[in-house]
Design a protein around this ligand. Structure first.
Ligand code: IPD
Ligand code: CA
Ligand code: CA
Ligand code: CA
Length: 267
């Protein structure tokens, strides 16, 4: 295993322990609001601290972007870690056991290492640039479906940006009528990991942040899939509007998404 992936795994497992311990003592979870339908808990912050401490111990010069503590620039900005300490905070707060730790490393602006860890199921998804993607050490691959018939897609609702609801509902309807079913499980990182593992055939969501998608993006690509914005380009890094699936299904999904882009929601 790449030494930097090894550190990422150690950090993810440490944060996972913090999260699971807290999940079992729900009365000690303190919830605060960051904005409309946007929550953070003492556990998100403790998990992020545990990850930052682990990375800093080995790589004090690297820069780190974390959802809860922001950006810290190290001297060696060729290396940038992107952390979501607890993806699925709403699930966590409600007692729904579906959430993950997501850690990615970019080297000179390119995704290089990725970990998504589901601490409840003990599932560790990993990827290294050019080396494929694994679940608990076993190779995983994106399902290569040709058509939406028979497919199950994962998605997320735009619960923080309800101005996008009309466009989203239209996309959802167009896709839902063609697919077998949809899943809204509540963790974008796990949605992407499940695409990589072939558990769902694709994933789309509006307005995600870099820490939601960075690790999952490398996992999907290394598992033989594609990640694009809503027109097939690369604007998702900025817009957070993301589609992840096989190359064959991508065309079909974009066909049902594109007509509903407009002034409120672009690529
Ligand atoms: C959220 C989850 C959710 C997605 C939201 C994200 P958080 O991340 O990934 O599935 O729909 O857009 O913000 O806030 O729980 O880390
Ligand atoms: Ca959050
Ligand atoms: Ca997140
Ligand atoms: Ca989070």
């Amino acid at each position: 295993m790449h030494p930097m992936l090894n550190i990422a795994v150690r950090a993810a497992r440490t944060a996972g322990n913090v999260i699971v311990r807290a999940f079992e003592q729900a009365d000690k979870i303190e919830v605060e609001s960051k904005g409309t339908n946007d929550f953070v808990t003492n556990v998100d912050i403790a998990a992020e601290q545990a990850i930052v401490d682990t990375i800093r111990k080995s790589y004090p010069e690297h820069s780190i972007i974390g959802e809860e503590t922001g950006v810290s620039d190290g001297k060696d900005s060729d290396y940038q870690w992107i952390i979501d300490p607890l993806d699925g905070t709403t699930n966590f707060v409600k007692g729904i056991p579906h959430f993950a730790v997501s850690i990615a490393l970019k080297v000179k602006g390119k995704l290089d290492q990725a970990v998504i860890y589901d601490p409840i199921r003990g599932e560790l998804f990993t990827a290294s640039r050019g080396k494929g993607a694994q679940l608990n050490g076993f190779r995983i691959r994106v399902k290569q479906n040709k058509e939406l018939a028979g497919a199950v897609l994962a998605t997320g609702f735009p619960f923080k940006q309800k101005q996008h609801m009309p466009a989203y509902i239209n996309m959802f309807q167009a896709l839902f009528t063609k697919t077998s079913d949809m899943r809204r499980a509540g963790s974008a990182a796990l949605d992407l990991a499940y695409v990589a593992a072939g558990r769902v055939d694709g994933f789309f969501e509006i307005g995600l942040k870099p820490w939601d998608t960075a690790a999952g993006e490398l996992l999907v690509i290394e598992a033989g899939g594609l990640v694009t914005d809503f027109t097939g380009g690369h604007n998702y890094v900025k817009s957070g509007n993301i589609v992840a699936t096989s190359s064959r299904l991508l065309k079909e999904i974009l066909k049902d998404i594109r007509p509903h882009l407009g002034t409120a929601l672009s690529k």
